[in-house]
Design a protein around this ligand. Sequence first.
Ligand SMILES: *Cc1c(COP(=O)(O)O)cnc(C)c1O
Ligand SMILES: [Zn+2]
Length: 410
Amino acid sequence: MSAEALKCKECAATYPLDAHYVCERCFGPLEVAYTKPELDAAELKRRIQGGPLNLWRYADFLPVERPQSALPAGMTPLVRADRLAERLGLGEVWVKNETTNPTHSFKDRVVSVALRRSVELGFETVACASTGNLANSVAAHAAAAGLPAYVFIPANLEEEKILATGAYGAKVVAVRGNYDDVNRLCMEVSAERPWAFVNVNVRPYYAEGSKTLAFEIAEQLGWELPSRIVAPIASGSLFTKLARGFEEFTDAGLLSGELPVMNGAQAQGCSPVAEAFAENRNFCRPVKPDTIAKSLAIGNPADGPYAADLARRTGGAVDAVTDDEIRAGIRLLAETTGIFTETAGGVTTAVLAKLAARGDIDPSERVVICITGDGLKTIDTVRGTFAVHEIEPTVEAFEAGLETELRAAV
Ligand SMILES: *Cc1c(COP(=O)(O)O)cnc(C)c1O
Ligand SMILES: [Zn+2]
């Protein structure tokens, strides 16, 4: 298959494959439409397996002409998490560990595709509106490609994310406002300047990058579908494109069976999609975010209604968890898998725990949770959640310390 046009998700009007993101007729969002696969499943599988060990192995399903990047992303580990499953009373749980991407979040996937397409469209400067991880990723991939980058972020972002972005040489623009203010500003700037804003004017290409997460999960499970996915929702793009990835592989004959049950995860301090799901609405009421899960703090999510609909269609749900549950989720994942995640992964793990406690998950299910970012980026959230034992440098002090620790533990 190959990319054929940009198509309106609402009215199906089509446009050429350039830098457009809204339908001129109905203002609906545009996405990439493809021709039917020309190759049979065996040939497609052979091409994938013979491809590079990064997301470009799925180039037949991506909207670029020359698949390449100077900072390859993807092919992250899918690890079986038996200790986590046991702790929650579940059968089979797998963790898709996206922290191993070049800038430690799943955003390297979407940026790879958006940046490549932007270069093909002739853009010479890249930019983005970011809740943090995207800024990091755009800055790094632009540096590797030798392109100037402007990243727009809310001024109150975690310092770790700001520092790690500036280090790549990107121009960091800290906007006094929340993400939704940043996004609106970027829409206005993108109308004025010939820049590729990866999640604004080239958003249809950006969004396609998320499908590769689903492609990898299926390939790593031995070309099988999981029964359930738990994934975080900010704008809802990742969540909806995961399902699209499974559908495209199924349509191409690479997989068979039903879509997985799709469970979305949000923070209670910013849960417009969970609210729309709970109230059975087909629109999201914008909220003012107030949560430690800053990477998910989008109060007016562009793909929110599609995400809520997907959860309904697949028999899933969209749940929200408190900041305390998020901290507990981070610790639970770290203690049972050795994977230290940022707050977004805490949200996802906490929602898994909630589904397990509610009895929503059958022990026979194969569940995959998507851990989308690294704990070192939100290190402050674990401060004070454990004790550090300071002692004098003597064996006696150590033995005495052990005793108190043992006493404290009983
Ligand atoms: C961006 C992001 C997401 C999901 O974002 P969507 O806008 O819903 O695609 C999830 N986790 C992390 C860590 C992110 O940075
Ligand atoms: Zn339209």
